[in-house]
Design a protein around this ligand. Structure first.
Ligand code: SF4
Ligand code: SF4
Length: 303
């Protein structure tokens, strides 16, 4: 990390909606990092480990296992969005605006709002707690999501670069190219998802447009920003197509690639959002299934 300087004024009043600021991350860029998770994503991948990032607005986690059915949340809710049914609180997601009154009222910690509105100075204050670790390890800050470009990351990236941090972003590829172009001067490393090279499969499972993603990857290739392609490996979606996907990535000129084997660790969050998790019965993928790839030099990330 370079010495801190004040080159541009920070936009104090701009609000980001952030689901999590994860300290001491070691898998999302060089060294020890803090990962800032943006809320909002145009895709809805059925294996998503962070489904709370889909909607742009703050929303409510409800943990059935902690709920005693006391009804304090029903009384507290100004929107009439909660009812106790069968001994458990049930949230009407259409009425709920994530105000958090029920969180305060619940003595069992069964309610939690996900998505904090944070200014850049507030985010920087969290990040600065670990400055000595970034310096000692050659680490930095990674912006993730959700989709980083569902919000405007440029003011935050500028503030991070002005403060001397190494910056990385993780993106799933569905965004306006202009947003990437505007952000690249403040980015040191891009992790870019390639979920599939078959346009029909990609559209059917995730909603993504393969042509758009190819266009973005070509733009990145023409830039001088280091880009690592990340492939989430999902049984029944792309596990059987990895050779074709590698060919697509190589044809685009990228040499750095990581495989992220499927894990179901986001399952609890799907439940707390009252959503049905499509991979309920699918076990964590055994990494040894990717041994041939590892032996051939491809990095295997994730769990
Ligand atoms: S206040 Fe908490 S424990 Fe009581 S019904 Fe609501 S969520 Fe359940
Ligand atoms: S977050 Fe607010 S609107 Fe939503 S259920 Fe709780 S009290 Fe009601």
């Amino acid at each position: 990390m370079e010495p801190e300087t004040e080159k541009t004024s920070v936009q104090d009043d701009l609000l980001y909606t952030i689901t999590n600021i994860q300290r001491f991350a070691t898998h999302d860029g060089p060294g020890i990092r803090t990962v800032v998770f943006f809320k909002g994503c145009p895709l809805h991948c059925p294996w998503c480990a962070n489904p709370e990032t889909w909607r742009a607005e703050p929303e409510l986690f409800h943990d059935d296992s902690l709920c005693m059915g006391c009804g304090r949340c029903v009384t507290a809710c100004p929107k009439g969005a909660v009812a106790v049914i069968g001994g458990k609180a049930r949230v009407n997601r259409t009425l709920c605006d994530g105000c958090g009154s029920c969180v305060t009222a619940c003595l069992n910690k069964a309610m939690e709002v996900t998505g904090n509105r944070m200014t850049i100075p507030e985010i920087l204050a969290e990040i600065r707690k670990d400055d000595e670790y970034y310096q000692a390890s050659g680490g930095g800050i990674t912006l993730s999501g959700g989709e980083v470009f569902a919000q405007d990351p440029v003011p935050l990236l500028r503030a991070l670069k002005d403060a001397g941090y190494h910056t990385a972003i993780e993106t799933e590829g569905a965004y306006d190219l202009e947003k990437l172009a505007a952000a690249l001067p403040w980015i040191d490393l891009v992790y870019h998802d390639v979920k599939h090279c078959d346009p029909h499969k990609l559209k059917k499972f995730t909603g993504a447009d393969a042509e758009e993603i190819t266009r973005h990857l070509r733009y990145l290739k023409d830039s001088d920003v280091r880009t690592i392609i990340r492939i989430p490996v999902i049984p029944g979606f792309n596990l059987e197509d990895l050779d074709n996907i590698r060919g697509y990535v190589k044809d685009l000129g990228f040499s750095e690639m990581q495989l992220l084997p499927f894990h179901p660790m986001g399952k609890g969050k799907w439940h707390k959002l009252d959503r049905r998790y499509p991979y309920e019965q699918t076990p964590m993928m055994d990494k040894t299934q990717l041994d041939a790839w590892r032996e051939a030099g491809t990095e295997i990330g994730g769990h």
